[in-house]
Design a protein around this ligand. Structure first.
Ligand code: TRP
Length: 334
């Protein structure tokens, strides 16, 4: 809580091309609930360097992501949209929280195990303590609510454990956050393998719709989407490919699976895939246009970055100073 307002914090990494899954599963959700909270939406670039990045590329993608937050409908006058690396409190609090986190806890993190397996040549300490930095992000702003995907729930759990542990020693310093998992169906799967989540790091470009894909590409990818030989457009586990397409259609056309089954009763997969493609195009087109427009407004964006970075820093410092005092660091002489 800050004053009488509940605080919402979330963040995304600026690496790889964002997909329709990121938009429908996360960003669109943020836009829908942002008004109810005092919000912080961070471009978490400190997290990005746990795997090797090309510096120029990282900088470019970070700016693109920040621009996308705004293009998606988050008003930067009302929502604090900023770069994590512009607020040094994240790293400072992460250090302190590292001293309240056990190796055993971090060893259990499934994302660490996955990433360590994927980047066997660079299993660095940052990759290991990644969840502590994430805890710092959230606790720094006294967040009540954190929208995350299911894959991040374990990190939310450890954040709560760290906050409770710290509070048990020093009194009520941190708000203990709860996760906010968007409504069911928002999890978008790969178009080529509906058992896998749609991912920005998928090697097969046909598996994912990228937010910047042009209409022809989008329609073509849906045409090629893996389905089945049932020949019926029904929303059920036995038809994971079709189920995923229905989910996408529902999210884009604001319909329910039942309405969709009815709408396409007796019609073929080809026709349905084309309709899904069109629905996606009509959602992404305005987003892309707004993104292009904003990208040209350099001075405006720079102003937002400065102003919101300072706003984030103001709130971050409040918590950080309190934590520093609690653990016994000397007062600053002013
Ligand atoms: N780890 C998150 C992810 O990869 C990104 C993230 C970093 C985050 N810090 C956060 C999400 C704090 C929510 C809150 O998806």
């Amino acid at each position: 809580m800050i004053g009488d307002r509940k605080v919402l914090f979330s963040g995304m990494q600026a690496t790889g091309n964002l997909t329709l899954g990121n938009y429908l599963g996360a960003l669109k959700n943020w836009v829908n609930i942002a008004d109810e909270y005092l919000t912080f939406f961070s471009v978490v670039d400190l997290h990005s360097i746990t795997v090797r990045q090309d510096p120029a590329q990282l900088r470019k993608q970070a700016r693109a992501l920040l621009t996308l937050y705004i293009a998606a409908g988050l008003d930067p006058e009302k929502n604090c949209i900023y770069y994590q690396s512009h607020v040094s409190g994240h790293a400072e609090l992460a250090w302190i929280l590292n001293c309240f986190t056990y190796m055993g806890e971090l060893n259990r993190m499934t994302q660490f195990k996955d990433k360590a397996a994927k980047h066997a040549d660079n299993i660095n300490a940052g990759l290991f303590t990644y969840p502590v930095l994430m805890a710092a992000d959230i606790l720094l702003y006294q967040a009540d609510v954190v929208p995350v995907g299911k894959d991040q729930l374990q990190h939310l759990e450890i954040t709560r454990d760290i906050a409770q542990r710290f509070n048990a020693i020093y009194g009520d310093v941190f708000t203990v956050p709860v996760p906010y998992v968007g409504k069911a169906g928002a999890k978008i799967m790969s178009l080529q393998d509906p058992a896998k989540k749609m991912s920005k790091s998928d090697e097969n470009p046909n598996a994912s719709i990228y937010l910047m894909d042009d209409p022809d590409t989008i329609l073509r990818k849906f045409k090629r989407a893996v389905t089945d030989s049932e020949g019926q457009i029904l929303y059920r586990e036995e038809q994971p490919g079709i189920k995923n397409l229905i989910d996408i259609y529902c999210a884009c056309a604001e319909k329910t699976p039942q309405e969709t089954e009815k709408e396409f009763e007796g019609r073929g997969y080809g026709e349905f895939k084309a309709a899904v493609g069109e629905a996606v195009v009509s959602v992404l087109r305005p987003l892309q246009e707004e993104f292009a427009r904003l990208s040209g407004e350099k001075a405006y964006l720079d102003g937002i970055i400065k102003q919101n970075g300072e706003k984030a820093e103001y709130y971050a410092l409040k918590t950080l100073r309190k934590v520093q005092r609690k653990v016994g660091f000397p007062e600053r002489i002013r």
